[in-house]
Design a protein around this ligand. Structure first.
Ligand code: UDX
Ligand code: UDX
Length: 446
């Protein structure tokens, strides 16, 4: 069993920490935010993620401890995972948190008499680990990578809402190391994950695998959105029917044990809608484009993936204007504020540009999300929008209802709308509802 420290108890760090504890390792998590640290120490999850609270409760104070001191954590362990945020400022990813962590880790390594391996788990553009990270660690530790300490990259493939399951039952484990010794220490973290393909490579390849994976998913979404818009523009075509036909291809189906064909999981990224959001896809694709541009590459395909995505909210607004005549004075209910269902994460949620455009157009907006009203209220500070307690309250008196997030509870919308005196226009931004259930229905790709 390994003794591992994790710098940053955010979404990635904390999930990784409790899961590694569950796998039998001794984990020390370092968190600089005092309030978050206190919450974690009390055994409570600082954010909403299925199963996280239970696992934290189980291991806190035993195989999982939390501290504010990098020094203490590094001294007590043989491996450190860096899991601090890497925000994107529009041009490059901001490495300041990562590099600050390297300063503190390096200072601790300088004092240690044991070999220590430092691994970047945060998403960083290819070349960062053996570039900026290595340089900073060498400076702060006074030692050379390889001889003086080990170095690697170990990207995460967690999806919000199923992060614990994704960690415990991964589809792949990608470990990049600068040498065999670093790889060995890193691989020891994952020996209890039998049967999972382990990709052993160098750090830059590991970093690139993460970006290529997310870029592919984003490209498929934008592809579907472009086709859906063309269906709308041509008329008489429903993008859902088109996709059903496309998805029936043997490339997009798998044959079950009983010989029946079922949809391949990848088709869940071929659903047209109001765009992708979240903390990963928009940021990672933009960062990769910028990284390519800085190396003289046009990155035209991925650039367009982002352009198409940025146009999604505008498509929703155009459709509402078509349906309502004007937005001015209209009451519009916006359903779904989280960037996807089963999370309270609102980062880069397409709901925000939609709401802002509605308000600018003079509409009165009533917004509702089953769990994300509070973070959305903070993100929309200064925008005139009311937040409803439930679905009924949100749609009351609405001229139009827009579904932005595919929440299960919105499947009740036909009943809720049926009870209204005046049927609103329902715009289905995710094509999740039966169009026949509404008097006035429109949606992406119709
Ligand atoms: C993760 C990855 O690290 C990021 O690279 C990826 O692209 C998205 O997912 P996430 O876990 O969502 O980031 O980040 P965040 O929730 O910001 O967590 C970082 C945590 O580290 C915060 O709790 C922050 O307080 C803490 N932190 C940050 C430290 O403890 N020390 C620092 O020096 C900086
Ligand atoms: C993603 C990747 O799935 C995961 O592998 C990676 O490690 C991190 O980034 P996440 O951001 O949690 O995970 O969410 P995901 O379920 O991929 O959804 C991303 C966005 O794409 C959501 O806004 C979702 O609504 C949107 N989406 C997804 C579509 O618009 N259409 C689709 O067909 C699928």
């Amino acid at each position: 069993m390994s003794r591992v420290s994790i710098i940053g108890a955010g979404y990635v760090g904390l999930v990784t920490g409790v899961c590694l504890a569950e796998k039998g390792h001794d984990v020390v998590c370092v968190e600089s935010d005092a309030a978050k640290l206190a919450t974690i120490r009390a055994g409570a999850a600082p954010f909403h993620e299925e199963g996280l609270g239970e696992l934290l409760q189980k291991h806190i104070g035993h195989r999982f401890t939390a501290t504010a001191s990098v020094d203490e954590a590094v001294a007590a362990t043989e491996l450190t995972l860096i899991a601090v945020g890497t925000p994107f400022d529009g041009k490059t990813i901001d490495l300041s948190y990562v590099l600050r962590a390297c300063d503190e880790i390096g200072a601790a390594i300088r004092k240690a008499d044991r070999y220590h391996v430092v691994v970047v788990k945060s998403t960083v553009v290819p070349g960062t680990t053996t570039g900026a990270v290595q340089a900073q660690l060498e400076k702060s530790s006074g030692r050379r990578a390889g001889a003086g300490f080990g170095l690697g990259a170990n990207p995460e493939f967690l999806t919000e809402g199923t992060a614990l399951k994704d960690f415990m039952y991964p589809d792949r484990i990608v470990i990049g190391g600068i040498d065999e010794r670093s790889l060995e220490v890193l691989a020891a973290l994952y020996t209890a994950f039998g049967g999972v393909p382990v990709i052993r490579t160098n750090p830059s390849t590991a970093e690139m695998i993460k970006y290529a994976s997310n870029s592919l998913l984003a490209a498929m979404i934008s592809f579907s959105n472009e086709i859906a818009d063309l269906c709308t523009a041509v008329g008489g075509i429903d993008a859902l029917d088109v996709m059903r036909g496309v998805h029936a291809s043997t490339y997009l189906t798998v044959t079950n044990g009983n010989g029946a064909r079922a949809q391949a999981p990848i088709s869940s990224f071929l659903e047209a809608g109001c765009g992708f959001g979240g903390s990963c896809l928009p940021k990672d694709v933009s960062a990769l484009v910028a990284h390519g541009n800085a190396r003289g590459l046009d990155m035209g395909l991925l650039r367009e993936v982002m352009t198409i995505n940025r146009r999604r909210p505008g498509r929703v607004i155009e459709a509402l204007e078509r349906g309502l005549g004007t937005l001015g004075g209209k009451r519009v209910a916006v359903l779904g504020l989280a960037f996807k269902p089963d999370t309270d994460d609102v980062r880069e949620s397409p709901a925000f540009p939609i709401i802002r455009a509605l308000v600018e157009g003079g509409a009165q907006v009533s917004a509702f999300d089953p769990v994300a009203n509070a973070p959305a209220r903070r993100a929309l500070a200064g925008v005139t929008v009311s937040f409803a307690k439930n679905l009924q309250e949100a749609v009351e008196g609405a001229d139009a209802v827009v579904v932005v997030t595919r929440w299960k509870e919105f499947e009740m919308l036909p009943d809720v709308v049926a009870a209204m005196d005046r049927p609103p226009l329902v715009f289905d931004g995710r094509r999740m509802l039966d169009r026949a259930a509404f008097a006035r229905y429109d949606g992406i790709g119709l």
